[in-house]
Design a protein around this ligand. Structure first.
Ligand code: ADP
Ligand code: NI
Length: 206
């Protein structure tokens, strides 16, 4: 309920349904890989967007919100510490790599990344782009290969560029075989979409 209330109104792709899909993907990966603690995985998946900088005025405020929720429920200090560690370590943020310490963190990160690709990923990219007022595509904008977090958030880009700056790279950054298998069809879906997009853009389908 807490998560649903906090996230319900957001339209940048961080809505309740995203969280619910991440939870389901994460538990699926956990079951298939036969590893990781499902209790930790489920809670971390449910709470993973609570401290997001886009939903809070400051990073500290986001951390405090997560912390205060975890203090209210009956879990051990160890579980609480682990869940906070997972959530603070998994975000993509322009490709900056943080080494994940536990299997649970790897699984929740894979589950979150799977929801950024495929048909859902395409829809989320354009929803995010629309909300930010960015174009769907502009052939004159360069694809940014390397970028700082600041540039990733603030630089001029388009939703189609986001595929090259992040979405198409995600499949090679996954941690588990189960997620890599799930990513195959989603990756193909994005590649087909881009091919068709350029054909229509250039009028080659006339
Ligand atoms: P992260 O912070 O881990 O990079 P976000 O929370 O910013 O991811 O992303 C939320 C959703 O919006 C994701 O599906 C992501 O791919 C999409 N998104 C993020 N940045 C952009 C962008 N510049 N253009 C289009 N979609 C974006
Ligand atoms: Ni997420």
């Amino acid at each position: 309920m807490f998560v649903r209330n906090e996230l319900g109104e957001d339209a940048t792709g961080h809505d309740w349904y995203h969280v619910d899909r991440v939870r389901r993907n994460a538990l699926h990966i956990c079951k298939h890989e036969k590893t990781g603690d499902p209790f930790i995985i489920e809670l971390a998946a449910l709470l993973h967007d609570i401290p997001d900088e886009k939903l809070n005025t400051t990073i500290e405020q986001g951390r405090a919100k997560l912390d205060s929720f975890l203090n209210k429920i009956m879990i051990t200090d160890e579980a609480k510490g682990h869940i906070e560690e997972i959530i603070h370590s998994i975000s993509y943020k322009g490709g900056q790599k943080t080494k994940l310490k536990t299997m649970e963190a790897k699984i929740v990160q894979d589950a979150d990344r799977l929801d950024a690709i495929g048909a859902i990923g395409i829809a989320r990219a354009f929803a995010y782009g629309g909300k930010k007022g960015q174009s769907i595509y502009d052939p004159e904008v360069q694809v940014r290969a390397e970028m700082t977090l600041e540039e990733y958030r603030k630089g001029k880009s388009t939703s189609i560029h986001h595929f090259y700056e992040k979405l198409l790279k995600l499949k090679d950054l996954l941690n588990t075989d189960t997620a890599r298998k799930m990513a195959e069809k989603r990756q193909q879906m994005m590649l087909n979409f881009l091919e068709q997009f350029y054909q229509e853009w250039d009028g080659q389908d006339l």
